[in-house]
Design a protein around this ligand. Structure first.
Ligand SMILES: Nc1ncnc2c1ncn2[C@@H]1O[C@H](COP(=O)(O)OP(=O)(O)OC[C@H]2O[C@@H]([n+]3cccc(C(=O)O)c3)[C@H](O)[C@@H]2O)[C@@H](O)[C@H]1O
Ligand SMILES: Nc1ncnc2c1ncn2[C@@H]1O[C@H](COP(=O)(O)OP(=O)(O)OP(=O)(O)O)[C@@H](O)[C@H]1O
Ligand SMILES: NC(=O)CC[C@H](N)C(=O)O
Length: 738
């Protein structure tokens, strides 16, 4: 190996405004990087205050405390001996920037503000920060007095510059900047930057990791170079789960990968890279021709290089600098490799080898992401557990299985000796300091309560399924009947109005039928909160439980839920997941978690059981909704991801469905969807905070900002659809099946 360097990146479970915890996790990651012999440590975006501070970024306190924590890092001698990249907000000339601060041996080398801000979907960076739009330019930044006293510096470069060590050049590409068409790595790579560092605050969405990995691979495949990707991990106080998965790539290959979902608060990965491989990968003449273009940056002068008297590695020298190389050879020589073993090597050291990137299937992502999020939420909220109204249907079943998955992760982490998880689980379960949980069921018995709330419309099958599932996962189960309170409410209503509402099957109107259903649903919410508050007391424990909701993303989109019923919970782990994915998840969990009872949930017809069951009539979700769950997923994706209004959705579906449905039938479906969506949109304003998992989520509170009073019959738009229907041919062959 010609010029080996060992580099580290990480994922950290930062929490917005938890300055103590965030600082400790940063220091721990620096310690681990150093122990692995790395000479460069990269961390997540805005890691000092935490990425998800939202409007707290506008507070001077957040900036002040970030500087104070930076001072603690700068003055800590344990951080000396390697280049460190940390993230925090910085006010420069009265303008706030999202910055990386590169430090070495207690001094600041460079401050690099973010240039292309993330401002779509869940991201609102432009609300807090200004982008540094001056490409290739930099200012002198006058340091605050508290930093000057520690570092002895008066000012440092602030802007779009790069760091030049004695052996290589390092440049920053800050999270979203990778996702842009003209990413900074292009100009930096052409200008000789060999190591790109990407500190990110990137959240989980089902199937999203592929995109991230593809972009990183392609960046280094085309430009040549080493790419260090760091990310935040965990729930930092919001609906998002940042999914870690730090990566190191070199010339198009991933050579190190961390886990995407983990209960470890600090995860450091390292790789040993031969810088000569980067130089070799850049030898093509076509690249060289582009590199000498005069208008690349700063009219051909290139990026300003801030030089440091430091080197990341040494050419062909094996003595002295060997600590950092150990990791790179462990996979070749075995995990017990020592510095002496490496010194005794008679051949050059190998660079970290390309590895096959590990992706979780969407089913595994559902099992792990929301489970980790629930764990962070539970330990950080300092509550004693979760309560769920368990109906015997798929959705509350999936939510319960996610809690079971959380318990599995907790037990696994405890068995691996994760001290933080042990400390948290002992506190939550009120157990002594030597207690180590044996099984997920043992954990669930302390912190998970399920409750079947039956009525005269409930079937024995759903009641039994709920009981069996609770038993299989070890939850404390309550089985009750609530007809007495429903009767009390309906009787009160009749006494006041002198009217007796009836179900449709008993001759009542649609309004009566709906009101009688909704009162059952809403009373369940009241009972849920009462039991969540008092069950621990009944069991001789202290504290209260958080109520879990389980409305899925499709029901929310269509509005097929009762406002302020059990869907109004404290948090909802599946509110951003489609019914189709949830069914796949249950099928996966049946085997993976050895829960045969899940088979019965999969084969049952989804039903709300809010209407009386008769010989001729059993309530069914898809019939009630007038569309299938699969159709809802398609409508959802077209509406949000492909940004279709009614007219363009119709135009797209005519192509997709035209061989089996007539234009009239497709128009009818599109109109039905938009009508129900618009009519029920007001329910999204009260949507329970849900784990964000789906790109077509209708969450009105953060992700999908829309009006909630619509002209729900869309007269203009629907008339345009009708005009088109009259003109286009019917390709369905007269097939009238819906
Ligand atoms: N434009 C608007 N802006 C603000 N608020 C508006 C509104 N229009 C109605 N509202 C309010 O919303 C109410 C109507 O919404 P809501 O009370 O939810 O009632 P609604 O949507 O009419 O009925 C609930 C639906 O959920 C279904 N469902 C299915 C399965 C299970 C469950 C369950 O809960 O377990 C429910 C049920 O079959 C029914 O189709 C109105 O009474 C009014 O208070
Ligand atoms: N009999 C019941 N006992 C306890 N909780 C219930 C019962 N029926 C409904 N719920 C609660 O109300 C929520 C909404 O009810 P709904 O019938 O719409 O179910 P869903 O959204 O299809 O979910 P599921 O598949 O769990 O039934 C359920 O997820 C569950 O938490
Ligand atoms: N913080 C960011 O810049 C994140 C934006 C980026 N599109 C992502 O989702 O990863």
């Amino acid at each position: 190996m010609g010029h080996p360097v060992t580099l580290a990146t990480c994922s950290l479970n930062q929490w917005a405004l938890d300055f103590n915890g965030n600082r400790d996790r940063i220091l721990e990651s620096i310690k681990q990087a150093k122990e692995a012999g790395a000479k460069l440590r990269v961390g997540p975006e805005l890691e000092i205050p935490g990425y998800g501070c939202f409007d707290h970024f506008l507070e001077g306190d957040t900036v002040l405390h970030s500087w104070q924590v930076l001072c603690e890092i700068l003055s800590n001698k344990d951080t000396f001996g390697l280049l460190i990249d940390v993230g925090m907000p910085i006010l420069h000339r009265s303008t706030l920037y999202n910055c990386r601060v590169i430090i070495l041996d207690g001094k600041i080398v460079l401050i690099r503000p973010k240039m292309w801000l993330a401002n779509d979907g869940n991201y609102r960076e432009l609300r807090y920060f200004s982008p540094w739009t001056r490409r290739g330019q930099w200012d002198d930044f006058a340091l605050p007095r508290m930093v000057r006293e520690i570092s002895g510096q008066q000012s440092v470069p602030f802007g779009d510059a790069v760091v030049s060590t004695k052996d290589t050049v390092i440049g920053v590409e800050l999270c979203e900047e990778l996702f842009t068409p003209n990413s900074p790595h292009i100009a930096m790579g052409l200008d000789g930057v060999e190591i790109f560092i990407n500190p990110s605050g990137s959240h989980h969405e089902l199937r999203k990791l592929h995109r991230r990995v593809d972009l990183i691979r392609e960046a280094t495949l085309k430009a040549g170079g080493v790419y260090l990707y760091a990310n935040q991990q965990g729930c930092d106080g919001d609906r998002l789960y940042y999914d870690g998965c730090p990566l190191i790539a070199s010339n198009g290959d991933v050579v190190a990968q961390g886990t995407q979902f983990s209960l470890d608060d600090v995860q450091v990965i390292t790789a040993t890279i031969d810088l000569d491989d980067v130089r070799a990968a850049r030898s093509s003449k076509s690249r060289g021709m582009q590199a000498v273009q005069s208008d690349l940056i700063n009219n051909g002068k290139g990026f300003h290089r801030v030089s440091v008297d430091f080197e990341l590695g040494r050419r062909e020298e094996w003595g002295g600098e060997l600590g950092g190389l150990i990791n790179g050879v462990k996979d070749v020589l075995g995990s017990k490799t020592t510095v002496t073993d490496v010194q005794n090597l008679s051949h050059p050291l190998p660079a970290s080898r390309p590895l096959e990137v590990q992706y979780n299937t969407p089913e595994e992502e559902i099992a792990l992401g929301p489970a980790c999020w629930l764990w962070d939420y539970l330990r950080r909220s300092r509550t004693q557990g979760y309560f769920i109204p368990l109906s015997g249907g798929i959705d509350s079943c999936a939510t319960s299985v996610i809690v079971h998955s959380m318990c599995r992760l907790v037990v696994k982490a405890c068995k691996q000796g994760n001290q933080q998880v042990l400390e948290d689980v002992r506190r939550i379960c009120a157990k002594p300091s030597e207690w180590i949980p044996e099984s997920p069921q043992e954990v669930a018995s302390h912190l998970f309560v399920t409750c079947y709330m039956g009525t005269e419309n409930s079937s024995t099958e759903t009641r039994q399924r709920a009981k069996d599932l609770a038993e299989a996962i070890g939850a404390y189960h309550i089985d009750l009947n609530m007809d007495i309170i429903i009767r009390a409410i309906v009787t009160l209503f009749s006494m006041v109005t002198n009217k007796q509402p009836r179900f449709k099957v008993h001759g009542g109107s649609a309004a009566e039928n709906l009101a009688l259903q909704n009162i059952q649903a809403r009373l369940r919410m009241l009972l849920a909160y009462m039991f969540a508050q008092l069950v621990p007391w009944v069991r001789g424990m202290v504290g209260g439980l958080l109520v879990l909701g389980s409305a899925n993303v499709d029901e929310s989109l269509r509005g097929y839920l009762t406002k302020y019923d059990c869907s109004s919970a404290d948090i909802n782990p599946i509110g951003g997941i489609s019914k189709t994915d949830l069914k796949r998840f249950i099928a996966y969990a049946e085997d993976a978690f050895e829960l045969p009872i899940l088979h019965d949930f999969l084969t049952a017809t989804p039903t709300a059981e809010l209407e009386p069951i008769t010989k001729e009539y059993v309530q069914s979700d898809e019939v009630d909704m007038g569309m299938t769950y699969d159709e809802l997923s398609i409508f959802g994706r077209l509406r949000k991801v492909e940004k279709c209004g009614p007219y363009s959705m119709f135009c797209k579906l005519v192509h997709e469905w035209g061989d089996r449905l007539s234009p009239e039938q497709i128009a009818e479906k599109v109109k039905k969807f938009f009508f129900e969506y618009a009519r029920n949109r007001h329910k999204m304003t009260t949507l329970t905070p849900s784990y964000h998992a789906e790109s077509y989520s209708p969450d009105d509170n953060r992700f999908d900002l829309r009006p909630f009073l619509y002209p729900s019959r869309f007269p203009y738009q629907f008339a345009k659809i009708d005009e088109l229907v009259a003109r286009i041919p019917d390709r369905s062959g007269g097939n009238k099946k819906g």
